[in-house]
Design a protein around this ligand. Structure first.
Ligand code: SAM
Length: 324
């Protein structure tokens, strides 16, 4: 088992398959950003499979593919099929902006993907365009419909509420999720990179106090995902809400994950710089034992907590680079 210095068990790996994205969300990739990883440095599918296999042998059972926009990586269903059949993998999910999902949903499901998170910050077309930089609304809505038809076990909507931009859209999004049987996940914006650090976050602990009576929400004991999001359920069981509150309430004591970027660098925390490059080991065709040793050494570097509130200017790495 992978245990870090703070006695946290690591059972979840997020794998970025590209740092590129077809959107430019205001809190993620800055307009004009060009410093994407060169394809020559990307891990191949075989290398990703090798690293995932090592993590699985070390007790990690949950894997998520992300980016950048993961569906921009060619032949992604092939990678899903490779990972889904690895011994020890019990949960394989994908986070996507939904612009390409319409084309791939059935293939991904057939390849063994269980769960999907689709990012959508508003149900107002102009607001989606304002945040993402593109008129992507229709594509995302079509994709959600296709994904439902493809039979995914669970579809979550990721929404980042930004004061003065889309916070007034939360209740419409709640109604949309109830009507379509989607789980809504609200995420406080994290100060990563130049574009996100200047943005105010919307305090979700305050929001829940307002939503609670309206939907008769109670804290859920069920497990909806691989991580520290807190879940709430409505009394009639028709609505589930997940809150990710890195700004208003630290959840670092229960952090169970590490992330791997497209070039095979392990990042131990979204809000700190510690990292370990695995690519040189993979290129040298190292033994399984050496790879596992490197993974344990990386986990030993995992810091106790982020410092998003104390040092909001600290992280220059954008979310798309680490793999959100
Ligand atoms: N392109 C995919 C997508 O849009 O879902 C996957 C990658 S994206 C980086 C993953 C998630 O990170 C999205 O839900 C996005 O809203 C969120 N995200 C990006 N930057 C963020 C930030 N600074 N703070 C909080 N969430 C952020």
């Amino acid at each position: 088992m992978l245990i870090d210095r703070f006695n946290r068990r690591i059972d979840y790996l997020r794998i970025s398959v590209t740092d590129k994205c077809d959107l430019r969300c205001t809190y993620c990739i800055p307009q004009g950003f060009t410093e994407f990883e060169k394809p020559v440095n990307w891990l191949s599918f075989a290398e990703i499979e090798r690293v995932a296999g090592a993590f699985a042998r070390m007790g990690v059972s949950r894997f998520r593919l992300t980016g950048g926009e993961p569906l921009l990586r060619k032949n992604l269903p092939d990678l899903v099929a490779r990972l889904a059949t690895l011994p020890g993998v019990s949960d394989l999910s994908l986070t996507t902006n939904g612009t390409q999902l319409d084309r791939f949903a059935y293939d991904l499901r057939k390849a063994g993907l269980n769960r999907l998170n689709v990012s959508l910050d508003s149900l107002r077309r102009e607001c989606v365009q304002e945040i993402s930089g593109k008129d992507s609304f229709d594509k995302v809505i079509n994709s959600l419909q296709t994904a439902r038809d493809a039979g995914f076990e669970q579809i979550k909507i990721n929404m980042v509420p930004l004061p003065g931009v889309n916070t007034g859209d939360i209740e419409d999004m709640v109604a949309f999720c109830i009507a379509n049987d989607f789980i809504l996940r609200l995420i406080e914006v994290m100060p990563m990179g130049v574009s996100a650090r200047g943005l105010d976050y919307f305090n979700l602990l305050e929001l829940i106090e307002n939503l609670r009576p309206k939907y008769q929400l109670h804290e859920s004991k069920r497990v909806y995902g691989g991580g520290p999001a807190k879940y709430w359920e409505s009394a009639d069981g028709r609505f589930t809400l997940g809150l990710i509150t890195p700004r208003s309430q630290h959840f670092c004591a229960t952090c169970n994950r590490v992330r791997m970027s497209v070039d095979g660098t392990l990042y131990l925390c979204l809000g700190q710089e510690q990292s370990m490059a695995l690519k040189p080991l993979l290129m040298a065709n190292c033994s399984d034992a050496l790879l596992e040793q490197a993974i344990q050494q990386a986990v030993d570097l995992k810091p106790e907590k982020h410092e998003f509130n104390e040092k909001p200017d600290k992280i220059v790495r954008i979310m798309a680079k680490t793999g959100g």
